[in-house]
Design a binder for this molecule. Structure first.
Ligand code: ZN
Length: 193
């Protein structure tokens, strides 16, 4: 009797590259302007290292977090952390599906591209509000600075210290903040563009 040959099929764990080439093509299609906008929003609201995740998801849909981690050579915990932080900012969305074989839930991620222009505007407005707030303070107060430049404070606070530097005891001088004002005005003008 012929013995059945034991051909053990060694299933190599396939390196998951779901349409990597395809996505590469799509990825290169997006304009530098768009890439820059994505970068700015993600850097501002999440983290520099999250940018690659968003760029990676362009042109893809329902990518499992394991695939993201694998393709970007990232630890799964790290990838998950960044993915959820992107989700909190509405930059990504996900669906959860139970894996039939493993029995656990896996999240599948999508890039919510429409959020970027909206978030860009929101960031700009917040920055603008901060700068205008600072400009108002700078315009409405006199500032005092230590000769050795240890401290700088407004009139009210300087008075509390009898105009003596709390760091070195040196007398503080009134500081001409014309250059600061100029700088702030310039920044505001730039943002308003
Ligand atoms: Zn000082």
């Amino acid at each position: 009797m012929a013995k059945q040959k034991n051909t053990k099929k060694q299933k190599k764990s396939k390196t998951n590259l779901d349409g990597s080439a395809k996505s590469q093509a799509k990825f290169s299609k997006i304009s530098n302007e768009k890439k820059e906008a994505i970068g700015n929003v993600v850097r501002e609201l999440v983290a520099e290292e999250a940018i690659q995740i968003v760029l990676y998801l362009i042109g893809k849909t329902k990518v499992s977090e394991f695939t993201v981690a694998n393709d970007l050579d990232m630890e799964i915990h790290k990838a998950r952390n960044l993915l959820y932080r992107l989700y909190e900012q509405n930059i990504l969305s996900f669906i959860r599906k139970k894996d039939k074989i493993k029995g656990w839930y896996i999240c599948y991620w999508d890039f919510n591209e429409k959020s970027i222009p909206f978030l860009s505007i929101k960031i700009k407005q917040q920055k603008l509000a901060k700068l205008q707030d600072r400009l108002e303070k700078e315009s409405n107060s006199t500032f005092y600075m230590c000769k050795s430049a240890c401290t700088r404070m407004d009139f009210e606070r300087a008075m509390e210290f009898n105009f003596k530097c709390p760091e070195c005891g040196e007398l503080m001088d009134e500081q001409n903040n014309a250059r600061t004002l100029e700088f702030l005005k310039e920044k505001i003008k730039e943002l308003k563009k």
